[in-house]
Ligand binder design. Sequence first.
Ligand code: 5GP
Ligand code: ZN
Length: 112
Amino acid sequence: MDCLFCKIAAGEIPSTKVYEDEFVYAFLDIEPQAPFHAIIIPRQHISGADKINGENSILIAKVFEAVAKIAEKENLEKGFRVVNNCGEEGGQTVGHIHFHLLARRNLAWPPG
Ligand code: 5GP
Ligand code: ZN
């Protein structure tokens, strides 16, 4: 499948790894929106949050387990934000579900 994030998870396209395990791969965003900005993905291709179901939702739980591990490893005890963009109006530009982990600055709310 011609998917950028599948290729990154497979190591076919280089990335700066932040965390990996059997289910999840995490890497630094190429265009960071915060001093710490990682992208966390399930290795399995799911196109977006609108395709989460009873068969694959365990992988989303694995993503959030990874969030907690990365937060501890990167000393993000002051806080962080996890963002998922879904679909055109949601601002999704890569069609493999991913979660942005943003930290090390004050993050405005509402995000706008
Ligand atoms: P989206 O807009 O779909 O929620 O987020 C896609 C994110 O992937 C963007 O923040 C963008 O900077 C990042 N991105 C796109 N292409 C690459 C790439 O080749 N390498 C890395 N590390 N990040 C990428
Ligand atoms: Zn993919």
